[in-house]
Design a binder for this molecule. Structure first.
Ligand code: BES
Ligand code: MN
Ligand code: ZN
Length: 504
């Protein structure tokens, strides 16, 4: 998809469709109608207003067909944005995704848009949000469908610069914002592709290969451990979780050193890369198990964020660590009650083989220490309990790096990939005491998202944050720019944070 800016208007622009974003406000509607001059489009829009069919509500999208003599475009889209006092960048993302879907749904190959005015935000920011809505909204995981007819997709998007329509930003600023948004969205889409890949095509080695792809495209250093190196480095969590699988486990370190000082303390991102989670011997119930193909979403986010950071050449040092295993039941699988001892000397009783995420993350958290990190952020589809607590609306955040947590909250609000803090009080430690080892890997019925974090905390000796994305990494139903299935959550969040970090 190609984005560009053109100094022209809705009548002259040579695209198949032109979209107008419309707040729920009579005066704004009247202003749009005025814009249409004495055309049949104005007449149609007047009727929409007079009948009350269109008020500018967020669920309204109308198509008006201009006469050939009136406009080069075949379709004029009026896209509702909802209440005027509630306009925000998130509203722009959503409205832009609806415009793009309407355009593609009517087999338009090109779309022109007017940037709406959003109080408190520059035209560049609005353009950025529009690109996010369009690119992320049009994403589909459709590679397995047999095609009866050729696919028509939106190929060109034009931002119209007509009078003050760039909302106070220069064309250069808007162009830069568009390019950056495209880069970040490509990384999000890459994460979604990895998440949606079925597990007969996706093994620990596959995750390592995706990381290698990013490394070779952007010249990053990459280290991949297979069974031999895992053993040599006492990565017992990964080994134990993977030992029921016929596939080999992997641990990957991906290094992007973009800061002016190569030895500046890095931010380390750690991802859970379970390519399928059956639960192991503590087998999961069958219903919904297919979703566990995305139990590598944390790893996908880490790989994709390193791609975004290096594509954007952000002046920060970022290390990505991913622990990759397949959690399968078999004659060689780990049993409940087994005890493993980690490289840091801590022993763990595996009370439930379905609490495997924390087991593989622990190896990576121990490994992270050698980078003398400024902060370590782990991402994992870790607990059903987090979904019970927060649903699919927000990611659970726990940790002790309070300043980074504040930054993530701010980045979460900006990107709308929001994070919500849960406590990690010392008292919760009681719940993971074991009779036979230093700790056990499950904490019983209560506070499941938190006891998982308490477990992880035992393997950290640096400022640390845990993001439980169990509820946000997959979506159960499509909404504007979030498709059903893998969402690529936290790529935009982390990239935003890294950019702020670079500016700090
Ligand atoms: N991958 C699951 C968590 C999960 C559940 C992710 C639902 C996405 C949606 C994780 O490995 C798991 O099985 N957790 C257990 C932990 C329990 C055994 C303490 C859970 O949440 O039930
Ligand atoms: Mn599990
Ligand atoms: Zn899991």
């Amino acid at each position: 998809m190609k984005f560009s800016i053109q100094k022209t208007d809705w009548k002259r622009v040579r695209t198949t469709a032109v979209a107008f974003f419309q707040p729920e406000d009579r005066r704004a509607l009247q202003a749009t109608i005025k814009h249409f001059g004495r055309t049949s489009v104005a007449t149609a829009a007047e009727a929409l207003l007079a009948t009350g069919d269109m008020a500018g509500k967020a669920e309204e999208t109308f198509v008006i067909y201009p006469r050939k003599s009136e406009a080069a475009a075949k379709r004029i889209l009026l896209v509702g944005m909802g209440k005027k006092d509630k306009l925000s960048l998130e509203i722009v993302r959503r409205a832009a995704s609806r415009a793009a879907k309407k355009a593609e749904g009517t087999k338009s190959r090109s779309l022109a848009i007017y940037l709406p005015e959003i109080k408190g935000h520059s035209g560049a920011e609005v353009a950025y949000a529009a690109v996010e809505g369009i690119k992320l909204g049009l994403y589909k995981y459709d590679k397995f469908f047999k095609r009866e007819e050729p696919k028509v997709s939106l190929e060109n998007v034009t931002v119209l610069e007509d009078g003050t329509s760039l909302a106070g930003s220069s064309a250069e600023e808007v162009n830069a914002a568009i390019a950056e948004a495209e880069t970040v969205c490509n990384a999000v889409i890459f994460a979604r592709e990895m998440e949606n890949e079925p597990s007969n095509n996706k093994y620990p080695e596959t995750l390592a290969n995706w990381a290698k792809q990013v490394a070779s495209e952007n010249g990053l250093k990459i280290t991949v451990f297979g069974p031999k190196e895992l053993l040599a480095n006492k990565m017992v969590g990964i080994i134990s979780v993977n030992q029921g699988s016929v596939k080999e486990a992997r641990f990957v370190a991906l290094e992007y050193l973009g800061a002016p000082k190569k030895d500046a303390a890095p931010i380390v991102l750690v991802g859970k890369g379970i390519t399928f989670d059956t639960g192991g011997i503590s087998l999961k119930p069958g219903a919904g198990m297919a979703d566990m193909k995305s139990d590598m979403s944390g790893a996908a986010t880490v790989i994709a964020t390193l791609k975004a950071a290096s594509d954007l050449k952000l002046p920060v040092n970022v290390i990505g660590l991913i622990s990759c295993a397949e959690n399968m039941p078999s004659g060689s699988a780990t049993r409940p009650g087994d005890v493993i001892t980690y490289a840091n000397g801590l022993s763990v009783e595996i009370d439930n083989t379905d609490a495997e995420g924390r087991l593989v993350l622990a190896d990576a958290l121990i490994w992270a220490s050698r980078y003398k990190p400024k902060s370590v952020i782990d991402l994992a589809t870790l607990t059903g309990a987090c979904v019970v607590a927060l649903g699919h609306v927000t990611t659970g955040m726990m940790g002790n790096d309070t300043s980074m947590m504040e930054r993530l909250k701010r980045s979460g609000d900006s990107t709308y990939e929001r994070v919500c803090e849960l406590p990690i009080y010392d008292e919760y430690d009681e719940l993971i005491k074991s009779d036979v080892a230093d700790i056990k890997n499950v904490g019983g019925r209560w506070a499941g998202a938190i006891t998982a974090a308490m477990f992880l905390k035992r393997f950290t000796d640096y400022p640390w944050i845990h993001l439980d994305i169990a509820g946000t990494a997959r979506s159960e139903s499509a909404s504007d720019y979030i498709p059903k299935g893998g969402t690529g959550v936290a790529v935009r969040l982390l990239t935003h944070m890294l950019k702020e970090e670079a500016n700090a």
